[in-house]
Design a binder for this molecule. Structure first.
Ligand code: GLA
Length: 388
């Protein structure tokens, strides 16, 4: 995806050369799944796939959003009137971000924005977060307010846009990593306090493979909101603000007193153990003791098993990929990543085994589902930025 192409397309669409171009990446989460909305910890990386937004000012107080991925579906808002949801689902992400920036006191200026993205859509790689963040950074660049919104607030505005304008009750992880990602680093984010730590994720001779089940994933669908509600209900029964505050003993006591259902027990157990795994994983990557990648891989498997059995957000295609990866030499670990119910799995593998492992997963998946899943290698990429 080249900046030349978006410049050419911008000229075709709007008759002028764009004044600036910004980029915002998608993400994969290394570990810490379904913990963000429970006030827990997550450990994602930004990926090389990203959304570009080229912009140029216009002087009639209107903002026009166009996307190369959504031909003939331009969206347009008038900055003098209240911003509401519009007729194009994709445009609502942009509308929500514009509304959020205004609510936070930013005086937006009229502009044309054209998006181009190579983040696969509906693959659980946060294409929507990258669109929101690209929108936010572009709108701020247009009015020269790049530094007036702190990274955490920008992530919150984008999350709020997705919750309210797009109707998807996501947590704060995807937008945070799209804003704050750093090359060669994973981001340890405390989703309660907003505190972050950049953790090197740069082991030599290792590769992170992303395997796309192409089973479509939409977090507005029933499964994700239902998990959120189950977690909130469990926290209420346990008498705590969020499952972040739960312990395994607390859950065991609630089970013994028949206060909590089996389902709520398993949902809570996933969150408690997943938060512990995430913190342990961050320590392993920080201290790099002997065999740390093997141990990190074991945490990945344990995370997958917990998401499959306790949280029940995996699917047969994701399980197949993890089962194919586990016994291969050179593989450290594998797990589903993102919200689940489809989307992608990640496999951490030694570089010199990456090709054979890719082949085994591709063949094994094809045998079962009669198609090959797209597989690509990824590295931690930088977060959102002005690129021109
Ligand atoms: C989706 C949501 C995130 C997070 C993950 C699960 O990606 O957008 O906020 O909840 O699922 O970890």
């Amino acid at each position: 995806m080249s900046t030349q192409k978006i410049k050419d397309e911008f000229r075709k669409a709007f008759g002028v050369t764009p004044k600036g171009i910004v980029a915002a990446p998608g993400r994969v989460n290394l570990i810490g799944e379904h913990t963000d909305y429970n006030d827990g910890f997550v450990l994602p990386i930004a990926i090389e796939q990203r959304t570009l937004a080229a912009w140029a000012p216009r002087d009639d107080g209107r903002v026009v959003f166009a996307s190369l991925q959504q031909p003939n579906k331009c969206d347009e808002i008038d900055l003098c009137t209240a911003i509401e949801t519009g007729q194009h689902a994709w445009g609502n992400y942009c509308r929500g971000v514009a509304a959020g920036l205004i609510e936070n006191g930013i005086e937006l200026a009229g502009c044309n924005i054209l998006f181009d993205s190579n983040v696969p859509l509906n693959a659980g790689l946060s294409s929507s977060a990258s669109l929101e963040v690209a929108t936010g950074v572009a709108l701020l660049a247009v009015c020269g307010s790049e530094s007036s919104v702190k990274p955490h607030l920008l992530a919150k505005i984008c999350q709020h846009a997705e919750n309210t304008f797009a109707g998807a009750p996501c947590g704060i992880m995807d937008q945070s990593i799209s804003v704050m990602g750093q090359a060669n680093h994973a981001l340890l984010l405390d989703c309660r306090s907003g505190q972050t730590r950049q953790i090197p994720f740069d082991a030599p001779n290792t590769v992170l493979l992303v395997v796309d089940t192409q089973v479509s994933h939409d977090i507005g669908d029933g499964g994700y909101p239902a998990r959120r509600k189950q977690c909130e209900a469990a926290a209420e029964i346990l008498g705590i603000p969020a499952l972040r505050d739960a312990t395994e003993e607390m859950i065991a006591q609630a089970v013994a007193a028949s206060k909590i259902s089996d389902l709520q027990m398993r949902r809570s157990r996933h969150v408690v153990t997943e938060i512990a795994r995430t913190l342990a994983a961050a320590d392993l990557l920080t201290f790099k003791a002997d065999g740390y990648l093997q141990k990190f891989g074991e945490l990945m498997y344990a995370s997958h098993a917990s998401l499959r059995d306790d949280f029940e957000v995996s699917c047969p295609e994701l399980d197949t990929i993890v089962d194919l990866a586990i016994p291969r030499s050179g593989v450290f670990g594998a797990r589903m990543t993102g919200g689940g119910f489809g989307g992608c799995a990640i496999v951490l593998v030694e570089e010199n085994h990456a090709e054979s492992v890719t082949q085994v997963i591709s063949d094994g998946f094809k045998k079962q589902y009669h198609r090959r899943p797209p597989i690509f290698a990824t590295h931690p990429a930088p977060g959102a930025m002005l690129i021109e």
